[in-house]
Write a protein that binds this ligand. Structure first.
Ligand code: AHN
Ligand code: ZN
Length: 335
């Protein structure tokens, strides 16, 4: 009987001690988990390997030295073979799609899409693409309008940047597998002076790929199109088709550009939706954003060089190439 109150006190103390222990350990855990989650939100971005604009420039020069790469030309065939062997030399697995496609005017074009897979064993993938063909005429020029253009920027620049990225991928693996796709026959669209233009006149190589990807059930988390990414005094506003299909991809790229100090070049302004290879890749289900030179306050929008003979090496800027290269590298190495 006299032991009972003491027993009660001991029991209460034991319960209190137990509760105190639980609260104490919970308090101890809390700061830890808080620390972890704040680390996750402010995850430190890794520094991508150094992109060389000198190297990208040399790859553009090399393409231009073949001569205009308009479909069915001997220089296109030679350049296509060089691109293939170059990418193979970087250790990529190469797949080509070669077929005939018919242009707006009935011309049959011998088309070759070149696909370079880096780390093909990885399931999670990113797709980077550009067109490698050049326009068969200079319909926006005042002279030699029926002659093919150099296409240093329109054709050469996207490929030049992607070759330099490929050189980096050969030495520094990314977490995601990367597919570099060089589309053919993008730029055989109806001349501006002719009537009856149709968006399907353009991008014959990417339309072919969209109907028949290089692999069954191919998928990628997202894609980035590089078109006219080497011009002097370029501007890269947020492109309308990209915003329609893949605003999160646009955000990712433009955020990276801002943090790298390229917010002046990668403008916040928006363009109307435009037709380019990414339209067909988006329609095929891979959310894609285009980095493409466009001047929102200029007639026509594309640079003054566009589809003229001024689209030559003189208009190529290493500064622009460096900015685009740095941004795309930052994006893919942080995925
Ligand atoms: C149109 O002119 C409709 N699309 C242009 C896409 C393009 C041509 N990109 C490079 N060259
Ligand atoms: Zn073009």
């Amino acid at each position: 009987m006299r032991n009972k109150p003491i027993f009660k006190i001991v029991a209460v103390l034991a319960v209190l001690l137990f509760l105190f222990f639980i609260v104490f350990s919970a308090l101890q855990r809390k700061p830890n988990s808080k620390q972890k989650s704040s680390n996750q939100t402010a995850k430190k971005r890794i520094k991508a390997p150094k992109f060389s604009s000198d190297s990208a420039y040399a790859y553009i020069q090399k393409q231009v030295d073949f001569g205009p790469r308009n479909p069915n030309s001997a220089s296109a065939e030679a350049c296509g073979n060089w691109l293939e062997s170059k990418l193979e030399g970087f250790g990529a697995n190469i797949i080509t799609q070669e077929d005939n496609v018919t242009a707006y005017d009935g011309t049959v074009l011998r088309m070759k899409n070149i696909i370079a897979e880096f780390q093909p064993e990885k399931k999670k993938r990113i797709m980077l693409y550009a067109h490698w063909d050049t326009r068969p005429f200079a319909d926006k020029d005042t002279v030699r309008i029926n002659e093919p253009i150099d296409g240093a920027n329109d054709g050469g620049s996207g490929v030049g940047v992607l070759l330099e990225i490929s050189r980096m991928l050969s030495k520094n693996p990314t977490d995601y597998g990367v597919d570099i796709i060089l589309f053919d026959s993008e730029d055989y669209g109806r001349p501006t002076y002719a009537s009856g233009s149709n968006y399907k006149d353009w991008c014959l190589g990417s339309q072919y790929w969209a109907n028949k990807p290089h692999k069954k059930n191919y998928n990628a988390k997202y894609g980035i199109l590089l078109d006219m990414v080497g011009g002097e005094n370029a501007a890269f506003p947020r492109e309308g088709t990209s915003l329609e299909y893949a605003s999160n991809v646009v955000d990712k790229i433009w955020k990276s550009a801002n943090s790298l100090g390229y917010g002046g070049l990668f403008e916040r302004a928006k363009t109307n939706p435009t037709t380019d290879d990414h339209l067909f890749v988006n329609a095929a289900g891979i959310p894609s954003a285009a980095i493409v030179e466009f001047h929102v306050h200029q007639m026509g929008g594309y640079g003054k060089f566009h589809h003229t003979h001024q689209d030559n090496m003189e208009n190529i800027s290493k500064e622009t190439l460096q900015a685009v290269g740095d941004v795309v590298m930052d994006v893919i190495y942080n995925e």
